[in-house]
Design a protein around this ligand. Structure first.
Ligand code: KG4
Ligand code: ZN
Length: 353
């Protein structure tokens, strides 16, 4: 089976083809084309929805064409089209959904709308065999728009057991980067600066709060942490020119975020006893988060596996959307609804998982 995935929820125009081996059920990405708009939005310090839509419109057809060419697949061989239906920026989402609907109509193919976060979760299943990830699964979702702990007792079954009360983890990285005068997106830059910091070279002690770390639930809050960074930087405005200061703030901020994410994930796992803990969303690209969560799982949760997506599938991409669609169609089949989705599919800015 071949699935074409399309993703345009934020600032990446993406299309991918995956192949599912009929016998083994293994999922192989044949292409994963991503056209990034990061440079376009960087000067605005964040994603501008209408600019994103204009750029998606320019890129979507060439990106889809490239995904078919790279996979060496003809449109006749595609069995299913999958598109991110939401959540995301409406002007951006509309380009993907309307393109997918048009193609589904023109090619007479079934069409499936996918939740963006469901896609991020299923990025963990790409290039794997069924059964490689044992259920129940506890998923720490950390992206630019979401921070959630999601319990999955089986495929496609989501129970949100905790979530952020304000900023998402990725959003906090982006806002702190802006406070530090760094460019967008903040996550990759902050993690690079944090990695360069040598604790023995601390300029002075900095201790940021770990919001809600001791609360009895699995919710998060990052806006107070961001405000603490803002106050410290305001008090030390002149030091912003000093790379050592910026590195130390980046390091201390990142560690505060990681400490909270780790504590909540481990606490949730002790109660819900998953067989596997997985990471999902753009912040899963953070090397220290991967290392420290991996260590915490092996030291504190004996017998629990830990996994995160391959680097090509950590940030927004369309292979993850196609993979989630594979599991959805496996459950519900390629039914009539999917064949009428070329006219029925809606675009949902606040789609619920
Ligand atoms: O999942 P994603 O690509 O888009 C959304 O669905 O939001 O996540 C983007 C977020 C941004 O906030 C970005 O700063 C963050 O992921 N991010 C990182 C890293 N790479 C990207 N955060 C921390 N460390 C990273 N290495
Ligand atoms: Zn995303």
């Amino acid at each position: 089976m071949y699935i074409l995935g399309i993703e345009t929820s934020c600032d990446e125009t993406a299309a991918a083809i995956i192949r599912i081996d009929e016998k083994s059920g293994s999922i192989k990405p044949l292409s994963n084309v991503i056209s990034s708009q990061i440079r376009l939005h960087a000067r605005w310090g964040g994603v501008v929805p209408n600019l994103a839509a204009r750029e998606h419109l320019r890129n979507i057809l060439p990106v889809i064409q490239a995904s078919l060419a790279e996979a060496d697949i003809r449109k006749e061989n595609i069995d299913l089209i999958a598109v991110t239906q939401g959540p995301g920026l409406i002007p951006a989402l509309l380009i993907g959904t309307n393109t997918a609907k048009t193609i589904a109509y023109a090619w007479q193919k079934p069409l499936l709308g996918i939740h963006h976060i469901e896609g991020h979760i299923y990025a963990n299943f790409i290039a794997k065999d069924p059964g490689d990830i044992a259920f129940p699964v506890l998923c720490l979702v950390v992206s630019g728009g979401h921070t959630q702990l999601v319990l999955m007792k089986k495929h496609l079954d989501y129970e949100i057991i905790g979530e952020t009360q304000d900023d998402a983890a990725g959003e906090a990285f982006d806002k702190v980067a802006r406070i530090l005068g760094l460019s967008y997106p903040g996550g990759p830059i902050i993690s690079k600066l944090a990695d360069e910091f040598k604790p023995e070279k601390s300029l002075f002690p900095i201790s940021f709060p770990r919001p809600m770390i001791a609360s009895k639930n699995f919710n998060f809050s990052f806006s107070g942490l961001k405000t603490s960074v803002l106050y410290l930087v305001k008090k030390n405005q002149a030091r912003l020119a000093d790379k050592k200061f910026v590195r130390q703030v980046a390091y201390e901020f990142q560690q505060a975020v990681i400490d909270v994410l780790l504590a909540k994930t481990v606490a949730a796992a002790k109660i819900h006893k998953p067989k596997t803990i997985i990471l999902a969303g753009g912040v899963s690209a953070n090397t220290q988060l991967q290392i420290q969560l991996g260590k915490a799982v092996s030291q504190q949760l004996a017998g629990t596996d830990f996994s995160f997506p391959d680097p090509s599938f950590q940030l927004d991409n369309a292979a993850m959307v196609a993979t989630a669609a594979f599991f959805r169609q496996q459950k519900n089949g390629l039914n009539d609804t999917l064949f009428s989705n070329w006219k029925e599919l809606t675009t949902e800015a606040n789609l619920k998982l």
